[in-house]
Design a protein around this ligand. Sequence first.
Ligand code: ADP
Length: 503
Amino acid sequence: MGDVIEVRSPADGRLVGSVPSMSAAEVQALAKDLRDAQLAWEDIGPDRRAKVLLAWGDWCLDNDRRICELVQAESGKAWADASLEVTAGVQMINHCATVGPPALTTKKVKAHGAIGFSRRLSVRYRPYPLVGLITPWNGPVGAPMFDAVPALMAGAAVLSKPSEVVPLSWLEVVAGFREAGGPNVIGCATGAGDVGAAVVDEADFVMFTGSTRTGRAIGVRCAERLIPCSLELGGKDPMIVLDDADLDTAVEAATWGGMANAGQICVSVERVYVEAPVYDEFVSKLTDKVGGLRLGTDAPGDYSVEVGAMATAAQVDIVERHVEDARAKGARITTGGHRGADGLYFEPTVLADVDHTMACMQEETFGPTLPVMSVRDEDEAVRLANATSYGLSASVWTRDPERAERVGRRVEAGAVNVNSVITNMFQLALPQGGWKESGIGARFGGADGVLKYCRKQAVVTNRVEMREPYFFPNSKRKGRLMGAGARMMSARDWRRKLGLRAR
Ligand code: ADP
């Protein structure tokens, strides 16, 4: 038995609970139990699995308040942020229960050419038996739900590893799967990065959400083990505000997109480029709006603050470093700019007149800051938006649909929102995935989001049972006949079909 991990509230440091840091042997034993239960789970079929998942969704709603309070206690979120975690997960259950069963039925395939005339072809979807699911601290329940649900729908068992910073609420939700009548096909390995690594060593497929640095390490390990992985990594999501945009709405959206969840959302607003003619007005309105936000962790049900605590002290340090670096290099801090007095808070901050020499425009901040930069025109906006190793999401603001199309198409990101921010995250029928160093693969996306947890099995049966013409032994006569037949099937014109020379 290893150490115990204490979970403390970022709001006031009080002890919320503790979990064991599991040993590799304990992770191995958990993986074995899950594998043992997986085949029966696969065998009951998609419709019955959907029913179990829907019952889990009911359980989640019945326990919504209790779980969200635990989310808030361990993460320090504003209640408005914490209160959406469970319902977001239930939405994913409803989505997968709808798109999963039809997608998972075996599909008939038409054969190519005459060679398949005597066969029946189909594609069967068989799950990766054990999906390893490693999640970060910004969405203690929502994040693992978004991936556990489609994997379970596919028929896989799920070995989850929540962040060591916020493991308590997810443990409750996993227990709820059993209480709702589900079998032993989802488990929870608790601990830090070493436990995550042990999960990677046990799984047949790894779904990881977190930093690019850790994602790269996991990708390397998966390559060594020759298992697939899907990686949802960091982002430096640009917002491009063109001079014909509805500025008031753009300001509201930037404020919400940059500050929701205290800025700790991978698909968010990390930097803003505003066309020069409207730059001053945008900064002034943004400063007023952000300056009016309330910082703190409110009581459950209160909805009396907009910006909650940050999950870790390390995260506050990053935000402070980015702000100080910007300040030193000449940025104007028009509102905010400091740590909160007690607890892990940082004031909602606007950094104006920033440029690409500053860390806040280069590195992921993941905090309540909005760096804003003036750009000459669309071209400069696109060039700067793409001047990053990340490519997770972006937004374009304009009243002109043609400009939106022109600019959006050139942005190198897995998602583009026109006149809205973050909204692609709530559209479960769309794929959510990062380009460049923001990830590999995608989650959601209707049926694709479920099928990604399946291996495709090609199935061939015979319409007529017969001796195959190519069985041994070979002979000249048979060889020539087969060659002529193959040529007949391959060529597009009669001269070539008959093997005649060109005149
Ligand atoms: P952060 O450091 O910002 O919390 P990470 O990307 O390092 O973000 O962590 C995300 C998740 O990955 C957490 O659950 C963490 O425990 C886990 N993790 C960290 N290092 C590894 C690793 N080497 N292998 C597998 N999981 C890891």
